[in-house]
Design a protein around this ligand. Structure first.
Ligand SMILES: NC(=O)c1ccc[n+]([C@@H]2O[C@H](COP(=O)([O-])OP(=O)(O)OC[C@H]3O[C@@H](n4cnc5c(N)ncnc54)[C@H](OP(=O)(O)O)[C@@H]3O)[C@@H](O)[C@H]2O)c1
Length: 341
């Protein structure tokens, strides 16, 4: 292994991405229970924009960004038994949440903020914070999974079971939503998708969406979605829009529906009438990505269903700032990847 490596750091946080700097750092060496992973690919999530803008709690200048990465184990410390040299692995989003329900203390251990992330050639991780990458997935595909796909998985599994034949609403064509569409179809559900673009709508249909509503052209899209269900409503919503979309999401739900509260890509400005939450049997669940066990179950399900992550574009390591700008522009469909050469 070389003595030094290239790693990106945020020297400060601002809107310009000018403080994302490539530095020459020492290659880490593993202590007991730790491994060094030669990263081969990483992917971006909306939260990485929040980190760049300084809006992610607990982050400090010097942060190595990005939570999602896949690579090869190139060094192992004493007492490592979960992986071995040469294993292809993917890092878990939350390094200490192994299984069960989320606890506040686990939220300190999210890669890419507040903990240093994976936008580096070599990354030191605890053996407990990894899963093996199935042979059927490339490093680029594996790197799309830890945040977006696990969040989609959790959104479909939270609360009451999601049954085949039920209807799921997914919003937009970002990373979480496309994984939610693909997973829900693999579970035998009917999927209605919203998007702001007719061209993306066609692509959502090709991926399996049974119906698509353009939320930009139809501001009261809740009624349009309801109509598509014969006015019964949807059984589950994967809510990534936030306060600006929640009223419409509630408006399209069936009795005893569940809404997975995931994100706020539509902004935080709007207010909703709390009375709407009293709709018949409605359950809401706030989602915090998921545990390593959720990642393991997702990987097994992806292998069994042969689901292929949708990668919009792969940027070279030297073009990391361009990848951020591309995600910010919202032209993407699915995941934006940075390869690590
Ligand atoms: N709670 C958690 O555990 C968790 C985990 C992961 C992500 N998140 C959150 O989930 C959200 C999505 O993350 P992501 O990484 O998938 O984002 P992303 O890939 O950046 O998704 C952006 C897409 O969202 C869609 N969108 C924007 N405004 C919308 C609106 N008003 N209504 C419907 N769709 C809208 C657009 O799709 P179109 O171009 O098709 O319109 C846009 O391309 C973010 O807020 C993120 O912070 C939360």
């Amino acid at each position: 292994m070389p003595d030094t490596m290239k790693a990106y750091h945020f020297d400060a946080f601002n809107d310009e991405l000018a403080s994302l700097r490539l530095r020459e750092d020492p290659v880490p060496s593993p202590g007991p229970g730790q491994v060094v992973v030669r990263m081969r690919a990483t992917s971006l999530n909306y939260r990485d924009l929040l980190a760049a803008w300084g809006q992610l709690p607990g982050i400090k200048p010097g942060l190595i960004p990005l939570s999602d990465g896949a690579g090869v184990v190139v060094a192992v410390g004493a007492s490592v038994y979960r992986v071995k040299l040469g294993d292809r692995v993917v890092a878990a989003f939350n390094q200490t949440w192994i299984s069960g329900r989320p606890e506040l203390e686990f939220m300190r251990d999210m890669l890419g903020g507040p903990v240093d992330g994976v936008l580096a050639q070599y990354v030191l991780l605890d053996q407990q914070g990894l899963e093996r990458l199935p042979d059927s997935l490339s490093f680029e595909e594996g790197a799309t999974l830890p945040c977006a796909a696990v969040t989609a998985w959790s959104s479909l599994h939270c609360g009451r079971p999601l049954l085949g034949g039920q209807t799921v609403l997914v919003q937009g064509s970002g990373g979480v939503s496309i994984f939610a569409l693909q997973l829900a179809k693999s579970f035998g559900c009917r999927v209605i998708a919203t998007t702001s673009s007719d061209e993306k709508g066609e692509r959502l249909r090709k991926l399996g969406a049974d119906a698509v509503v353009n939320y930009a052209q139809t501001p009261e899209w809740g009624a349009a979605v309801r109509e598509l269900t014969g006015w019964r409503g949807v059984d589950r919503v994967v809510e990534v829009g936030g306060p600006g979309t929640l009223e419409q999401s509630i408006a399209c739900t069936a009795f005893n529906a569940q809404i997975a509260l995931v994100g706020f890509v539509g902004g935080l400005g709007a207010q909703i009438n709390p009375r709407l939450l009293m709709r018949g049997g409605l359950a809401t669940h706030s989602i915090a990505v998921g545990s390593r066990a959720d990642l393991a179950r997702l990987l097994a399900a992806i292998e069994a269903s042969q689901l292929r992550p949708v990668i919009d574009r792969v940027f070279a390591f030297s073009q990391a700032a361009d990848a951020y700008r591309y995600l910010q522009g919202r032209g993407h469909f699915g995941k934006v990847v940075i390869s690590v050469d």
